[in-house]
Design a binder for this molecule. Structure first.
Ligand SMILES: NC(=O)c1ccc[n+]([C@@H]2O[C@H](COP(=O)([O-])OP(=O)(O)OC[C@H]3O[C@@H](n4cnc5c(N)ncnc54)[C@H](OP(=O)(O)O)[C@@H]3O)[C@@H](O)[C@H]2O)c1
Length: 268
C-alpha cells in the first residue's frame, strides 16, 4: 500500500514510519521539516496542514493516511494544527481519492477537562463527520511524555507525584497496532491502546528518579475539582477491551538511559 504519515517526523510518527517501512509499504513522510536522518525507505514531502500547502501534491496516489500531527501548547494553540489542519488534510485526501484516514487520539479525553483534550475531542468530531472513511485509535500517554515531564521538573529537585493511575505506552507498540489498523481498512473506532500495566504517577516518578539517579522531592500536583476527580477515578486508563503491550515504563527507561547526573551530585 502507499501510505502517507502526516507528522511522520514526530515521536509517534517516526515509529509508524519505521513499522510501515519494515512491512514493505510505500511510505511518504509529510511534515514541515525534513526528517534527519531521512527515514529508511520513505520519501519526504514538505506540507503544512495549517495553510494546506503541499497537501494535494503529497497525497496523489496515496491509499491511506495516518495523521500523527501534533503541536505543543494548550488546546487553543493546538487547534490550528489539530482541528483546522485536520479539516484541510481530510479535504485534500477526499480530492485525491484517499480511501482511509487513521486518526490518533487519547484515552480519557471526554472525562478530563484539559483544554488540550477538548481540542482532541473537536479533532475526533472533524474526522467522524469528514469526507473520508476513517478509523480512530485512542492511546495512553507515551513513555517519552512522562520522561519529558520528569526531566523538566527534576532540575528544580521536584517530581510531580500523585496516586492517580497511568498506563503509559511505548509508541513502537502503538505503531504496530496502527499498522495493523491501516492494513485492515476503515473500521471506525478501534480498541484503545495502552502499556502493559497501570501504575500510580507516584510510582512512575519513583522509577524515573531511580533510573536517572536523581534525588528529588515528590510533590503533589495542585489539581482541583473535576480534573482531580476524573484523574483519581482512573480516566486516563482504558477499559478491559484495550490492547495492552510493549515494554512498561521501567523497561523503557532501562533501554533509554538518558543523561545521568554524577553520583556525587545525585546524593547531595
Ligand atoms: N505524546 C503523547 O503522550 C500522546 C499520547 C496519546 C496520543 N498522542 C497523540 O499522538 C499524535 C502524535 O503525537 P506526538 O507526541 O508523536 O507528536 P510530536 O512528537 O509533537 O510530532 C508532531 C509532528 O507533527 C508535525 N507537524 C506539526 N505541525 C505541523 C503542520 N503545521 N503541518 C504538518 N506537520 C506538522 C511535526 O513536524 P514539523 O514540526 O516538522 O511540521 C511532527 O512531525 C497526536 O495526535 C497526539 O495527540 C500523543
Amino acid at each position: 500500500m502507499r501510505i502517507a504519515v502526516v507528522g511522520g517526523t514526530g515521536v509517534l510518527g517516526r515509529a509508524v514510519v519505521a513499522q510501515l517501512a519494515e512491512r514493505r509499504h510505500d511510505v511518504r513522510v509529510l511534515s514541515r521539516s525534513a526528517p534527519a536522518p531521512a527515514a529508511l525507505g520513505a520519501s519526504h514531502h514538505r506540507v503544512d496542514v495549517v495553510t494546506g500547502d503541499g497537501l494535494r501534491d503529497a497525497l496523489g496516489c496515496v491509499d491511506a493516511v495516518v495523521d500523527a500531527t501534533n503541536t505543543a501548547g494548550s488546546g487553543r494553540k493546538a487547534a490550528p494544527v489539530l482541528v483546522d489542519g485536520c479539516r484541510h488534510l481530510l479535504d485534500a485526501e477526499a480530492a485525491e481519492g484517499v480511501e482511509h484516514h487513521l486518526a490518533i487520539s487519547i484515552v480519557g479525553i471526554d472525562a478530563v477537562p484539559f483544554s488540550y483534550y477538548r481540542t482532541k475531542l473537536a479533532q475526533e468530531a472533524v474526522v467522524e463527520q469528514g469526507p473520508v472513511a476513517w478509523s480512530l485509535v485512542r492511546a495512553t500517554q507515551f513513555h517519552q511524555l512522562l520522561d519529558l515531564v520528569f526531566t523538566t521538573t527534576a532540575p528544580a529537585w521536584i517530581l510531580p507525584a500523585m496516586s492517580f493511575p497511568l498506563a503509559p505506552v511505548d509508541p513502537r507498540f502503538l505503531a504496530q497496532v496502527l499498522a495493523d489498523g491501516v492494513e485492515a481498512g476503515a473500521r471506525g473506532r478501534l480498541p484503545a491502546v495502552a502499556g502493559p500495566t497501570a501504575q500510580p504517577l507516584d510510582e512512575l516518578a519513583r522509577a524515573w528518579g531511580q533510573a536517572r539517579a536523581r534525588r528529588t522531592l515528590r510533590v503533589k500536583l495542585p489539581l482541583k475539582g473535576a480534573v482531580r476527580r476524573a484523574l483519581a477515578a482512573g480516566a486516563l486508563v482504558p477499559d478491559d477491551e484495550a490492547v495492552r503491550g510493549g515494554p512498561g515504563f521501567e523497561a523503557w527507561l532501562r533501554e533509554h538511559p538518558g543523561r545521568q547526573l554524577s553520583v556525587a551530585r545525585a546524593r547531595t
